[in-house]
Design a protein around this ligand. Structure first.
Ligand SMILES: C[S@@+](CC[C@H](N)C(=O)[O-])C[C@H]1O[C@@H](n2cnc3c(N)ncnc32)[C@H](O)[C@@H]1O
Length: 272
């Protein structure tokens, strides 16, 4: 019997997302500072990567479980927790579409920053996040916004123009960045609309090198960009894709001598 490949898992195990996550640590810490974390709070960080938000959550005293579909990122997260001596932080492999490894109503806070948005079956994901959250407690998501003029939406737009059309029935992850979709998904999971709120916030990608070097990091380590370059290579479009991304990163850079590029996202808060 041949093992079936989960394309969602394969995408994120490709390359090495930790290299991109390293540019997002400051914004991750700043976001966690706004979460009102208290000592001993049980936190689930879903689609946690190597712990950009899970690490600061644990440093504030929460009892944190990071769940991610990519086994290399789970291993990287556990290595960071050990290196930092954080015994209240552990990472496990799991899929946001099926959290059956977790009990009902077991977390005081569920956080998913650019994580669960990438799982297929968004209605199932919303239902699972609600199921594992204790009544009266919160879910906080960060979701990239479609067609936004800032960095990430533009990377996705440029990449899509060099890639084949997605398969029939594919639901784009950035639909999670549209308030009506968010409301539809969480109300379908049983949450009254007035307990769902959305606001725009900003994340910064900070890197000591030039904007063009950051493009190279995305091309070398970030699964979705690696796939776009592979698709572009099949029809000689690699140089065009590189040039468009370099133009974008350079135009949006606000750093002086280094790189700092802001990107807008939709912060979603759901009170269960
Ligand atoms: C853009 S990264 C963000 C990681 C992390 N939250 C951060 O802020 O650095 C997206 C993450 O979602 C994870 N992911 C994608 N699909 C998932 C799924 N179905 N279940 C759990 N994690 C998933 C990926 O493996 C990856 O670590």
């Amino acid at each position: 019997m041949t093992a079936t490949t989960n394309p969602n898992k394969a995408l994120w195990e490709k390359g090495d997302f930790t290299e991109i996550a390293a540019t997002m640590r400051e914004s991750g810490e700043a976001l966690v500072d706004t979460l009102a974390i208290t000592e001993g709070m049980r936190v689930l960080d879903l689609g946690c990567g190597d712990g950009t938000t899970a690490v600061p959550e644990a440093q504030l005293g929460a009892d944190v479980l990071g769940v991610d579909i990519a086994s290399n990122l789970v291993a990287a997260g556990n290595a960071r927790a050990e290196e930092l001596g954080l015994t209240n932080l552990r990472f496990e492999e799991g899929d946001a579409t099926d959290l059956s490894l977790l009990d009902d109503e077991s977390f005081d806070l569920v956080v998913s920053i650019f994580g669960a948005m990438f799982a297929p079956n968004p209605f199932g994901v919303a239902k699972e996040m609600i199921r594992v959250t204790k009544p009266g407690c919160r879910i906080v998501m960060g979701n990239w916004i479609p067609n936004d003029p800032t960095l990430v939406a533009q990377i996705l737009k440029i990449s899509a123009s060099y890639s084949p059309p997605p398969p029939e029935g594919f639901v784009s992850p950035v639909t999670w960045g549209v308030e009506e979709n968010v409301v539809e998904r969480f109300t379908a999971a049983g949450v009254p609309e007035e307990r769902i709120s959305c606001e725009r916030e900003t994340y910064n990608f900070n890197s000591p090198g030039s904007p063009s070097e950051l493009v190279t990091a995305f091309r070398t380590y970030y699964g979705p960009t690696m796939n776009a370059f592979e698709a572009a290579a099949s029809n000689g479009g690699e140089d065009g894709l590189q040039a468009e991304l370099e133009k974008l990163f350079n135009e949006q850079n606000t750093g002086n001598g280094a790189t700092s590029i802001p990107a807008s996202f939709l912060r979603v808060t759901v009170q269960r």
